[in-house]
Design a protein around this ligand. Structure first.
Ligand SMILES: [Zn+2]
Length: 304
């Protein structure tokens, strides 16, 4: 676990799932009360709890645990955190709320989509309904001195949220702005099926319209030049979609799309090199993202 102060009132914990550094971040916002953004998976949540202890956060101090969405690497650790922090409520998109209360289907889906990675992340615990805040766009989370504004940013998942933080003019992006491999300075898509490109692009515009200066990626870390990065990601998604379109028009499949993406997207070439030595992130996830865009274009079409 490493705890880094990333701003006057914001700390980042690298939860180091399965020992993988620079891959999953949780954030701790400290006002009079405390807000946690993203829990990481349940298997590494004790690293986050150690970070909170290191900061001296008292059990009754945590007001909210805000999760961008319920996927295991973002909200999987909610259960142990709520037990540890008895006054905290988990903030999740209303469509995600039932799956926090009863994670069985989520767990089954994660196993079929992620395979052995699901076991690395671990099975989430059910969360009591009365600890869940079903959030909607525009809602403000107030921790006396720090606030977060809820932004509905669906596309990656139909229940995805991002959180705008006014003091640093920053956005906690979850998976709505892609994966930022901070060690090599590269952004790659996270667009597994059923991905909605139209909604994801609308979400990127919505975030860009706030003119943020900082992004706080879950994968991974704080990054400046926020607008540039949001615009880059939108362009990258459109490039992949036009490649998918061309592939489909020729009657070709995912393999062909993969080849063309590699030819045309330098970021992905660098990422593929980088993931070779990675314990959790893999070429399979990148190809899964290509499949998500391929399926979207097949079902909904795409106009460049
Ligand atoms: Zn993720």
């Amino acid at each position: 676990m490493s705890l880094v102060k990333v701003n006057e009132h914001i700390y980042m914990v690298d939860v180091e799932v399965a020992g993988a550094r620079n891959f999953i971040a949780s954030y701790i916002l400290r006002g009079e009360k405390t807000i946690i953004v993203e829990t990481g998976p349940i298997s590494s949540v004790y690293n986050l709890i150690h970070g909170l202890e290191e900061l001296g956060v008292k059990p009754e101090e945590v007001a909210y645990v805000a999760v961008s969405h319920i996927h295991l690497d973002h909200g999987g650790g909610v259960g142990p955190l709520l037990r540890r922090f008895p006054k905290a409520k988990v903030v999740v998109h209303e469509r995600g709320a039932p799956h926090l209360a009863n994670p069985e289907r989520l767990w089954q889906q994660a196993q079929s989509v992620l395979g052995p990675i699901a076991e690395i992340y671990g099975k989430p615990e059910p969360v009591p309904m009365d600890r869940i805040v079903a959030a909607h766009d525009g809602m403000t989370l107030d921790a006396d001195g720090v606030t977060l504004k809820v932004l509905e940013t669906v596309g990656h998942a139909p229940h995805h949220l991002s959180f705008y933080e006014p003091l640093s003019n920053g956005i906690f992006t979850g998976d709505s702005a892609g994966i930022y491999l901070n060690e090599i300075g590269v952004i790659v898509p996270t667009t597994p099926a059923p991905f909605r490109l139209d909604m994801a692009l609308a979400a990127l515009e919505k975030m860009a319209s706030l003119k943020p200066s900082t992004l706080y990626y879950t994968h991974f870390g704080k990054a400046e030049k926020a607008l540039e990065k949001l615009q880059f990601y939108a362009k990258q998604l459109k490039l992949w979609a036009s490649i998918a379109k061309e592939t489909l028009e020729k009657g070709e499949g995912l393999d062909e799309m993969r080849k063309k993406v590699l030819e045309q997207d330098e970021a992905v070439r660098k990422a593929l090199e980088y993931v070779k030595a990675h314990r959790v992130f893999s070429e399979k996830s990148l190809v899964g993202s290509m499949f998500g865009i391929f399926e979207y274009v097949k079902n909904f079409g795409f106009q460049a």
